[in-house]
Design a protein around this ligand. Structure first.
Ligand code: AMP
Length: 418
């Protein structure tokens, strides 16, 4: 491939310069594909995980189109980006601000999400917002309060559409779409492509160009995936051992429940590892502090769940550990996509035990993987068969009965090839 530059994709010199300022030397593959059609105003379907550079792929052309278009209007929004989580709202909003900041008339960006007081968001919207990055719940709340109008929106972006749907966006979608003008540009990004996302794309997009960044778990050689067999009760000790031996500065650890985030973080701290828990029941201030501490290096280990870990963008995240296996094969892809970002090498380690082995095989099968099982000297597993608890290793929720889904999964796992 000839080396594209930001200018050669059609971006104005000021934006191309802003890219260099933030350290993007050359456009990533998805940026090369997406930017030219987006500059022409086309709809776009992006099959892209976080870490592919997809945010700048839509931020850059939308900034350029805004600069070329009409002027700001009272309480009216021109670009609307919907995201599933607060963290992602902040991240995407910051990318708009950073890349748009260099222009002669920097756009106004409002970041709207729940978990914080609504009043400052309403105040900020009074002066108008060119760009709104929002989670759906707070957006609807503000629409009901007449804090903003969407009737001149020129471009709608649904980011991590699969996650938006997981979080109940289907129910909110009609109310948001009904407030938008019929004539607009639509962009939809998703890391996975289940039928519901396809249906959403069909309903939303017209003559869309389709761009695809390789799903990292399947084809990205820069993420080394390892599986270590260990008995469940020894996982914390093994984790501490690996963190110390590898001298990893930043490790994101996934567990199955909110309770487990606290529990594992506390056990690690008791063993001298700087660890913090990130989960959905922290206050917004608490989440921000924990994330900042992790980014700034106050914590070596951040223990989180799939929900809270979604969309976290941490430059230089070296290692992801599946302390508990994810429930689904797609969650596995999302989790390991937290590492090895934007060309940097990453490592994803999954712990497995006799009890979780069938579930891991199912995850591998769905993702076309066959990973060797390793053992770490001193931590060789001794358990040979599943303990009686049906949920061991996937959640550790004491006394929980297996659900219908759990039973189906167990049955399917038995039939899976070794
Ligand atoms: P995203 O997939 O949008 O979450 O982006 C993942 C990471 O890649 C972010 O930390 C971006 O700052 C970074 N990034 C995006 N585009 C480029 C680029 N062209 N060159 C280098 N890094 C980039």
């Amino acid at each position: 491939m000839t080396a594209a530059t930001f200018e050669s994709l059609g971006l104005a010199p000021a934006l191309a310069h802003a890219c260099k300022e933030v350290g993007y030397l050359a456009p990533s593959a998805i940026q090369v594909e997406a930017i030219p059609p987006l500059l022409r105003g086309q709809d776009l379907l992006g099959l892209a995980p976080t870490g592919s550079g997809k945010t700048a792929a839509f931020v850059l052309p939308l900034l350029q189109r805004l600069a070329e278009g009409r002027q700001r209007a009272f309480r009216r929004v021109r670009v609307l980006v919907l995201v599933p989580t607060r963290e992602l709202a902040t991240q995407v909003g910051e990318v708009f601000r950073r890349l748009g900041g260099a222009s002669a008339h920097p756009p106004r960006v409002s970041i709207l999400h729940g978990g914080v007081s609504v009043n400052p968001q309403m105040m900020a919207l009074r002066g108008g917002a060119d760009i709104v990055v929002a989670t759906p719940g707070r957006l609807l709340d503000l629409m009901e309060r007449n804090a903003l109008r969407l009737d001149i929106v020129e471009a709608l972006v649904l980011d991590e559409a699969d996650r938006l749907l997981d979080l109940g966006f289907a129910a909110e979608r009609e109310r948001v779409l009904a407030a938008l003008p019929a004539q607009r540009q639509n962009l939809l990004f998703s890391a996975t492509f289940p039928a519901e996302v396809q249906a959403l794309a069909d309903a939303l997009l017209r003559d869309a160009v389709r761009v695809e960044a390789a799903t990292q778990a399947r084809s990205e050689p820069q993420i080394t995936q390892r599986v270590i067999a260990v008995d469940a009760p020894r996982r914390t000790e093994l984790l501490r051992h690996l963190v110390e031996e590898g001298k990893w500065p930043r490790v994101l650890v996934f567990v199955a429940t909110r309770h487990a985030t606290e529990h594992v973080a506390a056990k690690l701290r008791a063993r001298g590892v700087q660890a913090a828990a990130l989960h959905g029941e922290l206050s917004q201030g608490g989440r921000t502090d924990v994330l900042r501490g992790f980014k700034e290096g106050a914590w070596t280990v951040l223990v989180t769940t799939d929900l809270a870990g979604r969309g976290i963008d941490i430059a230089g995240l070296d290692v992801v550990v599946n302390y508990d296996l994810p429930r689904s094969a797609d969650d596995y892809v999302h989790r390991i996509g937290r590492t090895g970002r934007a060309g940097a090498a990453g490592l994803a380690i999954s712990f497995t035990s006799a009890a979780t082995e069938p579930h891991l095989r199912l995850i591998e099968k769905r993702n076309g993987l066959a990973l060797p099982r390793e053992q770490v000297p001193g931590f060789e597993p001794v358990e040979t068969e599943a303990p009686p608890r049906a949920d061991a290793g996937t959640g550790g929720i004491k006394g929980r009965r297996p659900s219908k889904k759990d039973k189906l999964r167990a049955a399917a796992a038995k039939g899976a090839p070794p």
